[in-house]
Design a protein around this ligand. Structure first.
Ligand SMILES: Cc1ncc(COP(=O)(O)O)c(C=O)c1O
Length: 405
């Protein structure tokens, strides 16, 4: 494909697609290899983004690719009217890596949260009809459907789509006192939903005390504790799921993004005793957990079960954070470096969108979130060589941009 072909794609995009993503970055990737992507003119890029933390095994990971090719030739979809070998096997693997529980496969992160919200409402209404309120936290992001949007405590996400689903309350993130007060005084709360690292909110990490208080206070007041692991889950932070680093046992977790390594699939995974709440006919989805999607989950999970991979994720993450932290003395625009594993945010004292754009021009894919936070989320399989290449571009760019008057 050539640049001329790219222009014709851009023309069609502008003419035929909703423009809800605004102006896209002006490249069209045509192939990938590990942590490298190649554009229409065969220019190479280092991928520090993984399609928003999705392609965790990298591009063209051989075992993943082989498994999906074989699955494609054998069977893709039959529906949830029938037993499904891949779905059952994928659920067993999720239980093995998280906690023994029940999994419901869906197609995206927002649908996983939608399922969690429905589960929470059922849970509350077993006790009392008015026990339907769900607490989430300022700066959170839980998706774009009505449940996910209502749980998302960012006005810009909800603007213009009212009225919202009722029954959501927003509290400050990392404020144990505010949560304690709310749960003690409000018997209508049926669940608390939170990320432990706010991804879209700028890689803000929950304190251990906050995470542990959520679970213990929920248990005390008869509410479910739901951890949204859509972005942090499936190895991204150096453990299979980030909640495992906080010493907590939540009622449920929600997953998507890295779960299918690029194949769209999400999941709600909840404690065994909650299974009864979704009785026959209460919830479902046509595509959810089809053979192909669950073959992808199986292939991803099998890699995650290799301790060497997760150990490497933690090491590579520490290495990146150390290198960027070392820049602080030279580049005062770097305010803070935060993260766990390969889920890293670099907070700048200036807007970061332009830096991400310029990085792309130099062959490095990074992302800016929450206006000033550069997000680094490479494939979990990235090599030290690719990290060094990417950091060299990033360090040079930052030094140039931040030196400007
Ligand atoms: C924490 C979190 N929850 C939910 C979602 C929504 O996932 P999806 O875009 O797959 O619907 C996202 C997406 O960025 C997310 O980061």
């Amino acid at each position: 494909m050539t640049s001329r072909k790219l222009n014709s794609i851009i023309d069609d995009d502008k003419k035929y697609l909703f423009q809800n993503y605004g102006d896209r970055l002006p490249v069209c990737f045509v192939r990938g290899e590990g942590a490298y992507l190649y554009d229409q003119d065969d220019a190479r890029y280092i991928d520090f983004f993984s399609g928003i933390a999705v392609t965790s095994l990298g591009h063209g990971f051989p075992a993943f690719s082989r498994r999906l090719h074989a699955q494609l030739d054998r069977i893709i979809h039959t529906s949830n009217w029938f037993y499904n070998r891949e779905q059952a096997a994928a659920a067993r693997l999720v239980s093995g890596l998280a906690f023994k529980g029940r999994t419901l496969f869906v197609n995206s992160g927002t649908e996983a949260n939608e399922a969690a919200i429905k589960l929470a409402r059922k849970w509350g209404q077993e006790t009392a009809p008015e026990k339907f309120e769900i607490i989430s936290f300022e700066g959170s992001f839980h998706g774009r459907t009505f449940g996910g949007m209502a749980a998302t405590a960012q006005e810009k996400i909800r603007k213009g789509f009212g009225p919202m689903l009722p029954g959501f309350r927003y509290l400050p993130f990392n404020d144990v006192g505010a949560l304690e007060k709310e749960l003690a005084g409000n018997p209508r709360v049926c669940a608390v939903i939170t990320e432990l690292i706010q991804g879209e909110g700028g890689i803000r990490i929950a304190s251990r005390d906050f995470a542990q208080s959520i679970v213990s206070l929920c248990t005390k007041h008869g509410a479910l504790s739901i951890i949204d692991e859509v972005q942090t889950g499936v190895g991204r932070t150096g453990t299979p799921f980030v909640y495992q680093q906080f010493g907590i046992k939540p009622s449920a977790i929600t997953l998507a993004k890295g779960l299918g390594g690029g194949i769209p699939v999400g999941a709600l995974h909840a404690r065994d005793e909650l299974m009864r709440l979704f009785e026959k006919g209460s919830h479902g989805t046509t595509f959810g957990g089809n053979h192909f999607a669950c073959a992808a989950v199986e292939a991803v999970m099998k890699e995650l079960m290799k301790p060497a991979l997760l150990k490497k994720v933690a090491e590579q993450g520490k290495y990146i954070m150390k290198r960027v932290n070392a820049l602080k003395s030279r580049i005062p625009a770097i305010r803070e470096v935060r993260g766990l594993g390969l889920h890293i945010g670099i907070e700048l004292s200036m807007p970061g969108a332009d830096i991400a754009k310029k990085a792309l021009e130099r062959g490095l894919i990074i992302n800016c979130t929450a206006d000033r936070v550069i997000r680094i989320m490479p494939p979990l399989t990235i090599t030290r060589k690719a990290i060094d290449e990417g950091l060299a571009i990033f360090e040079k760019l930052l030094a140039q941009e931040c030196a400007r008057p």
